[in-house]
Every structure is written in C-alpha cells, then in structure tokens.
Design a protein around this ligand. Structure first.
Ligand code: BG6
Ligand code: MG
Length: 214
C-alpha cells in the first residue's frame, strides 16, 4: 500500500511540466521526427521515450546518435533552433483543454490548503506553455530551462525552486514523469511522486498514473 503521508506533511509542491501537467511529448516527437526525416533517417516513438526529461541539446545529441550522424556545435545549434521553431508552432495552439486530467483541481486544492507551488522544468518554453494553459498565476515560483545551468538528473532545478519558495528540500515533494527527473529530485533530498509507469519510475516514493489519482 503506498504511503501517502508525505503529501499531508508537504509544505511545497514542485511540478515538472512536460508529461505531468501537459502531454507535450507528442509535439516534441513530431518536431524531432521532422528534423530526422530531413536528415534522412527514421525516428520512432520508442526512440522519443529517451528524450523525456532531457534538455534540448542533449535530446539532439541522442537523436543524432540514433541517426549515426555527427555535426559541429554551430550546426547543432542551428538544428535545435529549427526544431524549436516547429515545436513552438505546435504549442502555440495549446489551450486549457490539453491540461492532463486532475491538474487544475489538484493545483486549486493545494492552493486552498496553503501549500506553495513551483514549477521545476527543463523546458525553455515553460512560461509560454503555462500561459497557453492559463495556469501561470497558480505558481509561486517558476524555474525553467532558462534559469539553470545543469540539467536533470542534476538537482539544481529543484533546489532553486525550493529556495524560491523559501523552503528546505525535505519540506518539498516533486511530481515527475521522467527517470532523470526522479533522480534529480532524490539528489535534491526531496520526496517524489512518480507519474506514469513503475518500470521507469522505480526510485519514486509513490507512483500514480496522474494527478487525478491524488
Ligand atoms: C523537458 C522535456 O521537459 O523539456 C524534454 O521532457 C525536452 O523532452 C526538454 O527536451 C527541453 O524542452 P524545450 O522546450 O526547452 O525544448
Ligand atoms: Mg517530464
């Protein structure tokens, strides 16, 4: 039986974005697949699993490794930029209807109980996405890919979020769907609710299928 007592004691809730609040993985996939196809190779949905929680440039490295291709840093920056422009076209069409089940009620419930809420995301598009989903105002702090120098599984993103909430790591619970994110939260000394499949989220303290389960 999972131990939900950590949720009763938490003072701060730190949410990953992609895969926890909204399913953007499908748009990342379409944009990366388009780049791969321009480069002459196939990029599958199974390959896309490897990019979850991983920074944009690291994602590109994984993609190029799959295609067996090598490029200079400047060429890679141009490719990542091109992929992002396509991705931004997709996410420009996001609205509240794409919030994952249970997100809005859970955030409202936490706010009602006086729990501080932060975002801890690798994405450089996080603020734009929160805005499109019309939930930016529910967050007391937003720490995204523009504000950290070390990507998950490094704990920097979550430690910065806790600091901004004025809380100790042990008072915060992280909600994460990616293996690298769970590892980052554990390295930060925080408890973790894993969102998704137990095979990938073994290190999480409890695992649920979505925020609607809480
Ligand atoms: C993470 C996603 O949240 O953000 C990754 O899970 C993505 O798949 C990363 O690569 C960076 O996102 P962006 O929006 O800065 O390209
Ligand atoms: Mg995620």
């Amino acid at each position: 039986m999972p131990d939900y007592s950590m949720l009763k004691e938490m003072k701060g809730a730190i949410f990953d974005l992609d895969g926890v609040i909204v399913d953007t993985a499908k748009y990342h996939y379409l944009a990366w697949r388009s780049l791969a196809s321009e480069l002459g190779f196939n990029f599958t949905e199974a390959d896309n699993e490897r990019l979850k929680g991983v920074s944009r440039m690291r994602s590109l490295d994984i993609l190029l490794e799959i295609g067996g291709l090598e490029f200079t840093e400047a060429e890679k920056l141009a490719m990542a930029d091109k992929k992002n422009r396509l991705y931004v076209e997709y996410i420009s069409r996001l609205d509240e209807s794409e919030l994952l089940p249970g997100v809005k009620p859970y955030l409202d419930e936490l706010r009602g109980s006086g729990i501080s809420i932060a975002l801890g995301s690798a994405s450089k598009n996080a603020l734009f996405i929160l805005d499109r989903l019309n939930i930016a105002g529910l967050f007391d702090a937003v720490v995204d890919g523009n504000r950290v120098s070390k990507a998950k599984p490094d704990p920097e993103v979550f430690l910065t979020a806790a600091e901004e909430l004025d809380l100790q790591p042990g008072q915060c619970v992280v909600f994460e769907d990616a293996e690298a994110g769970v590892a980052a939260a554990k390295a930060a000394g925080m408890q973790v609710v894993g969102i998704g499949r137990s095979e990938v989220l073994k290190e999480a303290d409890i695992i649920v299928s979505g925020l609607h389960d809480l």
